[in-house]
Design a protein around this ligand. Structure first.
Ligand code: AMP
Length: 412
């Protein structure tokens, strides 16, 4: 097996890695690091959990280290990482800081939703690496605080999610503001057509790196399917929490409204829970994550976008309270458990109107999901999908709260 030592990284970086206990590069790291060091453009399909952050952070640090600025004052931003969400951006910054602790390279992160002034202060002091969400980055550029004229490497992380979130014009603008002679690295969990098209316009002679998570993720997770009438899902959830599922549990729901509703019900039933979704402030989201990571609460309820890319270890079980209508999302969700050789378990609740999702998920993972029939709330096999009394009304309210409409912020 390959070791980090063989990857042409310098001593300070290797020292930080050793301290973290990382000796063997992951597959995506093994493949990507030499390419980045070779100044190639790279398009990598890798999701969170594969070690993709270090796959770009380590070689970027190495490249910058080789020609470090002598003085702190005159530092110019030479590497820029664009991330779709604040949590991810913070996580990436954290990674850079960990790996660069024995160098003089400085990293900072900027994102919206919080005061801009402290971010300006840090930037004015000079940084080598900037991690940013697109909106705040452009804002700071417009104000003349951020200069992108010296960017040598541009990273687009979670490109598929950035496109889904409507950042395409922002990304293109950022790329135009950077010098044309630069290295571009694009990372994406999935590779839909629009990501490939974006890569064609932004990358030059890009080398492809693919680490397929699907089969390995799916293999290491014991997946169970429960057919259950929609109104009985909450009872089934409580039943399983009481009798079957133990440990740290991540529950996915499709809508923010659904997340809030389930959180209230579980709280009423005496469970310690926290939740994350796009209508919560940055502070509340961080707090919820922290509580879950530190074991103060055993249950975290999340929407897909809020949970995307967030690195939470030691999840024992994932509950798909609602089935996702996009099959890849199912793989991402269950991939949260059973990481790094550990076995995990997933429980998926399927009501009559979600049966078609099961079919497409099974097609994607090329596997039949085991059906658990022994439970108190079985679904009549002949049950028809339920029609909403007033179509979509409740649902719509949940997707955008009055507060979020007022603030006119984005929906994630
Ligand atoms: P990522 O896919 O970048 O979110 O990384 C997932 C997790 O794996 C993070 O907690 C990393 O710190 C960790 N990690 C990254 N590279 C390695 C490695 N070579 N060995 C062990 N753990 C790693």
């Amino acid at each position: 097996m390959m070791q980090f030592k063989e990857l042409a990284l310098n001593k300070p970086i290797l020292k930080a890695l050793t301290e973290k206990g990382y000796t063997i590069p992951t597959l995506v790291q093994e493949q990507t690091i030499p390419l980045v060091l070779d100044k190639k453009d790279v398009i990598a399909s890798a999701q969170t959990g594969t070690g993709k952050t270090a796959a770009f952070a380590l070689p970027i640090l190495q490249l910058l280290f080789d020609k470090q600025d002598a003085s702190k004052k005159g530092k110019k931003i030479r590497a820029l990482v664009i991330s779709p969400t604040r949590e991810l951006a913070i996580q990436i910054e954290d990674n850079f800081k960990t790996y660069s602790r024995y160098t003089n390279l400085r990293t900072t992160v900027v994102y919206g939703g919080t005061s801009i002034e402290p971010q300006k202060d840090v930037l004015k002091k000079g940084v080598d690496i900037l991690v940013a969400t697109p909106g705040r980055l452009l804002d700071l550029h417009k104000q003349g605080i951020v200069h992108l004229d010296f960017i040598e490497t541009l990273v687009l992380d979670e490109a598929d999610l950035m496109l889904d979130m409507g950042f395409i014009d922002d990304i293109k603008k950022v790329a135009r503001l950077c010098p044309s002679e630069k290295q571009t690295l694009l990372f994406s969990a999935t590779m839909p057509y629009k990501v490939v098209e974006l890569a064609k316009t932004m990358l030059k002679d890009a080398v492809k790196v693919e680490v397929a998570p699907t089969s390995s993720t799916v293999k290491s997770v014991h997946q169970l399917l429960y057919y259950v009438p929609k109104p009985k899902k909450i009872e089934l959830c409580l039943h399983l929490l009481r009798n079957t599922i133990k440990g740290n549990i991540l529950i996915f729901r499709r809508t923010k409204y659904g997340v809030d509703k389930l959180e209230k019900t579980l709280l009423r039933n005496g469970y310690k829970v926290a939740s994350i979704h796009g209508d919560k402030t940055q502070h509340l989201r961080q707090e919820a994550l922290q509580q879950f990571k530190e074991g103060e609460v055993a249950v975290l309820i999340a929407t897909d976008v809020a949970a995307r890319g967030i690195d939470i270890k030691n999840i024992d079980a994932v509950i798909n309270f609602d089935l996702p209508n996009v099959s890849e999302t199912y793989v991402h969700r269950i991939g949260r458990t059973g990481r790094a050789g550990k076995s995990g378990i997933s429980y998926s609740f399927c009501s009559a109107d979600e049966k078609e999702y099961v079919l497409s998920i099974q097609k994607l993972i090329n596997k039949h999901i085991d059906v658990e029939e022994e439970h108190p709330y079985p679904l009549d096999p002949k049950a028809k999908p339920e029609i909403h009394k007033s179509p979509g009304s409740k649902y719509k309210k949940g997707r955008k709260s009055v507060a979020s409409k007022k603030k006119k912020k984005r929906w994630y």
